[in-house]
Design a protein. Sequence first.
Length: 101
Amino acid sequence: MSETMYSTAPEAGSPDPADDLVAMRDRVRFYRARAEQLQYALDHRLPIEQAKGILAERYQIDIDAAFELLRSFCRNNNMKIHDVARTLIEQPSEGDRRISC
């Protein structure tokens, strides 16, 4: 029997399992980061949608106008839209005083 039959070195042109492992780890990191980004977006978007609904119902306006009201308020007061939306949801009476048409 020859020595090449028992060689542990990969043959030229054959894939290296270590390369596959590195590539798989990279893919897992990529998809984990993507999942975290999507979860963050979802967590921040839901309160904004709820706040839009509250404003639309309260002022009898459509959803687009409610978003413009919310966005304008935040810009004029240098506040983050997510923070204002949370306040509006958690303390609706506070929101009445803070956001007005």
